[in-house]
Design a protein around this ligand. Structure first.
Ligand code: WTA
Length: 648
């Protein structure tokens, strides 16, 4: 944050890029933005007109029950039709939709015609197993084409998908499957990650053991038509996808969906222990991901677009599947790790597949910087014309490296700020228009009216980010918890603004600089982890009496987690063995990616006299900052002993 405050470099869009961009002048952007704010219904009505509707909407926006907004009320559409059929039935039938590469180097290409066939066949398999419109299906797959196909197949028949990132544990699968009452889990026999196979099926078996709602587990083979990987099948429940697919037709009509029918649930962490199922609906989400993709990635007919996210996160939903495909783009998809077999893998993929647009996370960029310039310098990267980042603030040093080493000072960078809840990007440069500043997500997208406010609702230069009016991609609620929805996002400023939970600064040019969360959510490598979620895992261990988890700056991951653990009894010095047990517990309950950087055992934690743990002081200890006010502490001596432990 410190370095961001002193950043004053400005980079203008290159002339060659500007010339062909969909939007290419600041005046045009300002004018369109003004119209979109003054008359959102006309603006979004026109945008939606580029998509296919079985029945046109009666009203663009219904805000009569705010904050439960409805968009394109009365309209009927199908997002799978918009993403697949529109192209498969026209002159793009032979255009590549998905170009996929597995970690071992195997490749598959699906044209839009192929994709329609595969999605329809998949949809028919779902139907043959009793899935109907409105049923929820959990998807736990590696990054193989069938993950995109499964998601689109659900959308095609109106089943609600709930994708669970394949790094989550059995316990996390269970929580999500039960919360959504999923009738089916789609998984695979395995996927490659860093040279070994993920045993997905056995994780699912463990996860659904107590889930009576699950009628079938559908198992997709990683190597279609090839050898299957070993997995145990339960007779009455488990079905091999390829066997079921052989018995159904590859023709399946799209279900006509109401614009406000649920499209998917995606679970994300908040500041309490329980993950929340974010709800997105068909119409508004469809229009919003379509338009943001078109303008922010400036999608053109011959682009090869690569977003390195996993479809298990919102970025993959919106900007691998729905957004680019509703624009008829060619999407590159990669299964494995960025440094397998060596740290040049991403650049090798860019050159080999001639990617033109590359969208990744600051964490990845920082990892590449650490691995050394020689890996990126080995490749041409001359096909690239646009770069993007997402998921966390990018430090100017990483931005400059990305600009020089990957973009060769030729490609604009779009730093896109958004969230699972927002459905699509809210703040971002437009690549042919906006002068960029390293570390700033710059200006709002159309229809987005942001402000930086203090708790009293006054505009300030540094404070809380707030969004004044709804946009079509806004979440429709938290599954099963309307109260939490209102409490979390609409509790400030009399419910007049959406509150994303981020802090931001606005500079003299009106640019936004998002500096990170202001709640108890920590962003580790772009993955959101609630500190409360982790704390509740630690206290499940019989030796742990109490625990406080905080986020600390981390060179590569942006933020890392540190756990301060108070043990039961008189033992203040937990063993390495116990440390291992606690790490395993986190892996088992949430997933390996949530394991903390450091676990500090202690005989006491800094608390106020009323017993509240002072996390602010723990943060000061962990960052080596001067300690804030300690006079309210019950026992000021605790801090000194923790400081010693932390640095030892
Ligand atoms: C953070 C990912 C700064 C932010 C799409 C937000 C960012 C959270 C940026 C959402 C960015 C995302 N600059 N911070 N460009 N993009 N964030 O739900 O704190 O996984 O609230 O969505 O990531 O994370 P989520």
């Amino acid at each position: 944050m410190e370095s961001v405050l002193h950043e004053d470099r400005v980079f203008n869009p290159p002339e060659s890029f500007r010339k062909t961009a969909h939007i290419n002048s600041m005046e045009a952007y300002r004018e369109m933005h003004r119209k979109s704010i003054e008359d959102p219904e006309s603006f979004w009505g026109e945008a939606a007109g580029s998509l296919h509707w079985y029945r046109k909407w009666d009203r663009v926006l219904d805000d009569s029950e705010a904050p439960f907004f409805k968009w394109f009320v009365g309209g009927r559409t199908n997002i799978c039709h918009n993403a697949v059929d529109r192209w498969a039935e026209g002159d793009k039938a032979g255009k590549k939709a998905i170009v996929w590469e597995g970690e071992p180097g195997d490749q598959r290409v699906l044209t839009y015609a192929d994709l329609k066939r595969e999605v329809s066949r998949f949809a028919n398999v779902l139907k043959s197993l009793g899935i109907r419109k409105g049923d929820t299906i959990a998807i736990y797959l590696p990054m193989i084409p069938e993950l995109a196909v499964a998601v689109l197949a659900c959308a095609r028949i109106g089943a609600v998908h709930s994708v669970i990132f394949a790094g989550f544990s059995a316990e996390s699968i269970k929580d999500r499957v039960l919360d959504a009452s999923s009738k089916m889990v789609i998984t695979g026999d395995g996927g490659w990650r860093r040279g070994s196979v993920l045993p997905l099926k056995s994780v699912v078996d463990q996860g659904v053991r107590e889930c009576d709602c699950v009628e079938h587990v559908l198992v997709v083979p990683r190597n279609p038509g090839g050898e299957r990987m070993e997995c145990e099948m339960q007779d009455d429940r488990d079905v091999w996808y390829d066997e079921a697919a052989a018995t159904v037709s590859d023709d399946c009509p799209c279900e006509e969906m109401d614009a406000e029918d649920l499209l998917f649930l995606l679970y994300t962490s908040g500041s309490t222990g329980k993950p929340k199922g974010i709800m997105h609906t068909v119409g508004g989400y469809g229009v919003y991901t379509y338009l943001t993709s078109k303008y922010i990635f400036d999608l053109q007919e011959d682009d090869v677009y690569w977003c390195t996210a996993d479809i298990g996160w919102i970025t993959g939903h919106s900007y691998i599947v729905y957004g680019p495909m509703q624009n008829g783009s060619t999407v590159l998809m990669y299964e494995g790790a960025p440094n397998h077999p060596d740290p040049g893998r991403f650049w090798d993929l860019v050159d080999k597949h001639q990617a033109t647009i590359f969208y990744t996370a600051p964490t990845a960029i920082r990892a590449f910087m650490k691995w050394g310039d020689e890996w990126v310098d080995k490749y041409k990267l001359d096909s690239l014309r646009l770069l993007g980042t997402v998921g966390e603030p990018i430090n100017p040093e990483a931005w400059m490296w990305y600009h020089r080493k990957v973009g060769k000072e030729r490609c604009p960078i779009v730093d896109t700020w958004w969230q699972t809840e927002t459905g699509g990007v809210l703040l971002s440069p437009l690549p042919g228009v906006t002068p960029t500043k390293p570390g700033s997500a710059t200006l709002p997208f159309f229809g987005v009216d942001p402000a930086v406010l203090n708790p009293a609702g006054e505009e300030v230069s540094t404070g809380l980010l707030a969004i004044r009016q709804p946009w079509p991609g806004i979440l429709r609620g938290i599954w099963g918890d309307a109260e939490r929805f209102k409490q979390t996002y609409w509790c400030n400023w009399d419910g007049k603004y959406y509150f994303p939970g981020d802090g931001a600064r606005r500079d003299d040019d009106g640019y936004f600089w998002v500096v990170g969360r202001v709640d108890d959510v920590v962003n580790v490598s772009g993955h959101r982890i609630g500190t409360a979620e982790l704390e509740s895992v630690f206290v499940e261990h019989s030796n742990v009496a109490e625990c406080a988890v905080i986020g600390v700056p981390h060179e590569i991951k942006g933020q890392g987690l540190v756990a301060f653990v108070l043990l039961r009894g008189t033992d203040a010095d937990g063993s390495d063995e116990l440390r291992k047990e606690l790490n395993n517990l986190v892996a088992e309950k949430i997933g390996k990616f949530a394991r903390p950087e450091k676990i500090i055992f202690s005989a006491d934690l800094p608390k106020t006299r009323s017993g509240k743990i002072m996390r602010r002081l723990l943060r000061d200890i962990a960052t080596g900052n001067a300690l804030g006010n300690v006079t309210t502490l019950a026992d000021p001596g605790v801090v000194e002993s923790l400081k010693k432990k932390y640095s030892s």
